[in-house]
Write a new protein. Structure first.
Length: 143
């Protein structure tokens, strides 16, 4: 099975569809949290004026992690996201609810163990950045 350039870039993942004994390779577009959960809190979303813009949708430091736009596929690691009808704290305080979330499970499955990012770690020269240390992220969790 060949891998397309988009798959390598993390934008698409293949799925195999069996139809009338024919195997068809179909691209699976990776959704961001606001698309999957339909919260409407992304910029220009139907609830963004009333409820505010979700920090995950504008967190450019997370862009590309788990193949998402901004923090759209690592929302559990971003403080101030709106889940279960209330604003959430940081991941250390809410990780049990995040790990049971259907979107979290979907991203983890789509990315696979080798490519899944649990935390927003910025690593350069084998050094974890200060923002990760201050957020209580252990360096071992970043690798």
């Amino acid at each position: 099975m060949s891998v397309t350039l988009l798959e390598r870039a993390g934008l698409l993942k293949s799925s195999i569809i069996f139809s009338h004994n024919i195997i068809v390779q179909s691209p699976l577009i990776k959704k961001n949290c606001w698309e999957f959960l339909e919260c409407g809190r992304e910029p220009g979303g139907e609830k963004s004026l009333k409820s505010g813009i979700c920090p995950a949708s504008i967190d450019t430091s997370s862009d590309g992690l788990n193949g998402g736009k901004n923090g759209g596929r690592i929302c559990w690691a971003i403080s101030g996201t709106f889940c279960a009808k209330k604003i959430q704290g940081h991941f250390a305080k809410r990780q049990l609810s995040c790990r049971s979330c259907s979107f979290f499970k979907k991203v983890k499955e789509e990315e696979g163990i080798e490519h899944f990012h649990l935390h927003k770690c910025k690593i350069q020269n084998n050094t974890v950045h200060r923002q990760d240390i201050e957020a209580g992220i252990d360096a071992q969790e970043c690798f």
